[in-house]
Design a binder for this molecule. Structure first.
Ligand SMILES: NC(=O)c1ccc[n+]([C@@H]2O[C@H](COP(=O)([O-])OP(=O)(O)OC[C@H]3O[C@@H](n4cnc5c(N)ncnc54)[C@H](OP(=O)(O)O)[C@@H]3O)[C@@H](O)[C@H]2O)c1
Length: 251
């Protein structure tokens, strides 16, 4: 049986590390991307201690040379890539839209938007060689315009700066357009919503564990061939059903 090879960006902690762990538990060989080599090695050690077939790879999603070097290394080592999880992201800048710090907003877009495009385009030749490749873009319900503007939704009450939510809205369209371009291929491209998860990204204020946050990501990364491409799917946070199951979210 051939091994499935997955690359997870920003896999040294949080939901990315848990995604790597859960994919590995399904027998997937996991390449744990980390922008800091020491943090990457630590993640590799932790994953291997749990029995994972894991290797760290240096990957700063904002650095073209780093992204290309990672793609070249994967090509040399494996010749293809089955799963790409674009997980790395930052959340800086806050306050109302009228007080937007454009510097912070550019920084967020470099990682959360341009970084995803750069990594995806560098990995696509390898993904096209896989029999049934899956790309999962880590989005968020705060990038979903419908609940963010629906007064009945808890999301409409969350304080939100422009940078992070709009970066995820952009990522949603990016997901939809990659899925459209690749619809006649074996590559599926979907966006995941992990739900409000306790990680460093939000000062550990989330109400879901990182392991729970990784569940919808792993689901989309391992979709069967007759599954959809070009959807936003994951945790459904509704006041009526706080423990609602997973499902598709509106863009
Ligand atoms: N937590 C939530 O409630 C929540 C909700 C919805 C969506 N998400 C999404 O879930 C994903 C994971 O977030 P998280 O909550 O697990 O956050 P996290 O714990 O802060 O982890 C973020 C990861 O991204 C990495 N990263 C940041 N910039 C990078 C870069 N330029 N190159 C490579 N790696 C970089 C970080 O590396 P360092 O350790 O080096 O900083 C870290 O490994 C993100 O896409 C986030 O937007 C999270």
């Amino acid at each position: 049986m051939t091994t499935t090879i997955a690359l997870v960006t920003g896999a040294n902690k949080g939901i990315g590390l848990e995604t790597a762990r859960q994919l590995a538990a399904r027998g997937v060989t996991v390449l744990a991307g980390a922008r800091d080599a020491a943090r990457g090695r630590e993640a590799e050690r932790a994953l291997r201690a749990d029995g994972a077939d894991a290797r760290c790879v240096s990957l700063d999603v904002t650095d073209a040379a780093s992204v290309q070097a990672a793609a070249d290394w994967i090509e040399q080592e494996y010749g293809r890539l089955d799963i790409l999880v674009n997980n790395a992201a930052i959340a800086v800048g806050g306050g109302p839209p009228s007080a937007t710090d454009l510097g912070a907003m550019r920084e967020v877009y470099e990682t959360n938007v341009f970084g995803v495009i750069m990594v995806t385009n560098a990995m696509l030749p390898l993904l096209r060689r896989a029999p049934a490749a899956r790309i999962v873009n880590m989005s968020s319900e705060v990038g979903s315009i419908t609940p963010m503007t629906d007064p009945a939704s808890p999301l409409s009450k969350m304080p939100a700066g422009l940078a992070y939510p709009s970066s995820k809205t952009a990522l949603n369209m990016i997901t939809a357009l990659y899925a459209r371009e690749l619809r006649d291929t074996a590559v599926k491209v979907n966006a995941a919503n992990p739900g409000y998860t306790k990680t460093d990204l939000n000062g550990n204020t989330g109400f879901r564990s990182a392991a729970e946050g990784a569940e919808p990501v792993v689901h989309l990364a391992t979709l069967a061939d007759d599954s959809p491409s070009g959807i936003l799917w994951g945790y459904l946070w509704s006041p009526e059903a706080p423990q609602a199951p997973y499902g598709p979210l509106p863009w």
